[in-house]
Design a protein around this ligand. Structure first.
Ligand SMILES: [Zn+2]
Length: 49
């Protein structure tokens, strides 16, 4: 694979993060700051990579 294609593929990757509620463990969408399940505001973010 040409180098430019590798770079392009890398740049188009979404942020490899998972967001989940610290209270109940519900996985929420990135950017969500309040848990829809328990209404908690403690959202933890993990880098998956
Ligand atoms: Zn929760």
């Amino acid at each position: 694979m040409p180098l430019i294609d590798t770079v392009r593929a890398y740049l188009s990757e979404p942020e490899p993060t998972v967001s989940e509620c610290r209270h109940c463990g519900t996985t929420v969408d990135p950017g969500v700051t309040r848990c829809p399940e328990c209404d908690g505001e403690a959202i933890a973010r993990y880098h998956v990579a």
